[in-house]
Design a binder for this molecule. Structure first.
Ligand SMILES: [Zn+2]
Ligand SMILES: [Zn+2]
Ligand SMILES: [Zn+2]
Length: 156
């Protein structure tokens, strides 16, 4: 398959909204309004979000307890619903880990700490190869690129 076909495939899948109640049911988790709101916020975000940012966005919609949200994020990560993108020890960033969001490399700005999701295509292929020939079981893959984002560069 040509690389361009893969890219179109990927964006085709991305444009479909995830079915969050179904996703939770598949993991044996009861779809409460708060749990669904966490997934919706991450589904709408174009980048991995840190806990504080998830909380801030949740609070525009409903009253939420910080500890509850921490617990939901850790529980979802342990179940493989979310992926924790840890680029440094300061703050974990979270993103959806469902079939529509395959593993991909990340870029972190060392000035504002924002984490951007990068094109997953070459990594997906690498992932498939890592899983395959040698009989290895790969559980996760992390590729991190650090630098300064365009917004911070313009602000200089
Ligand atoms: Zn999905
Ligand atoms: Zn920046
Ligand atoms: Zn990402």
């Amino acid at each position: 398959m040509l690389a361009t076909e893969l890219i179109y495939d990927y964006f085709g899948v991305m444009s479909d909204r995830c079915n969050f109640p179904q996703l939770l049911a598949g993991h044996g988790v009861r779809p409460t309004p708060v749990r669904l709101a966490v997934l919706e916020i991450l589904g709408e975000a174009e980048q991995a979000l840190r806990t504080g940012e998830i909380l801030k966005r949740l609070r525009t919609r409903r009253r939420v307890n910080k500890v509850t949200i921490y617990r939901i994020l850790e529980d979802f990560t342990a179940r493989g619903i979310l992926r924790k993108v840890s680029l440094d020890d300061r703050a974990a960033h979270f993103e959806l880990a469902c079939e529509h969001h395959p593993p991909h490399p990340h870029f972190q700005c060392l000035t504002c700490r924002e984490v951007q999701c990068l094109d997953p295509v070459p990594l997906s292929r690498m992932w498939a190869e890592i899983q395959g020939p040698l009989g290895n079981r790969a559980d996760r893959i992390d590729i991190r690129v650090a630098g300064q984002c365009h917004k911070c560069r313009e602000g200089q």
